[in-house]
Design a protein around this ligand. Sequence first.
Ligand code: SF4
Ligand code: SF4
Length: 131
Amino acid sequence: MAPSSAYSEGSAGDAAGGVAKRGPQKSADGKFIGRRKVKPKQLAIINDACTGCSGSPVCQLYCPVDDCMLLRPASDAIPFGRIWVDPLKCVGCRKCVTRGPQDIFLEGCPWAAIDMIPTGEWETEHGELPY
Ligand code: SF4
Ligand code: SF4
């Protein structure tokens, strides 16, 4: 069965109906905001190992894109919920999964709760992302 709908997870995106301004823009704290021009080859997704870091997700600190990683309630991750990655904002930079030699934790998720998947694989399951 074909994917029923494309991206529908609540990104601000172009929801206002206007034409989104594209290209790199930065917020006051230096994070990228808005969408990137080029569709990334891979996207970060969160697996069931995410604990929400007791309400203070460390992954959010490393993600360079504003509001890309959002902590949301999850019925199987009470009380802190689980991170959700906005697929329209993720640039596939891998900073949230960065590890050093021999898998030593450097930065990013310490619980291996983030997987990088090909963007095409994401779109096969959820529908084409509306760039
Ligand atoms: S891959 Fe980069 S942009 Fe995507 S969620 Fe991880 S840190 Fe953020
Ligand atoms: S993805 Fe990893 S770092 Fe981010 S909240 Fe979940 S467990 Fe913590």
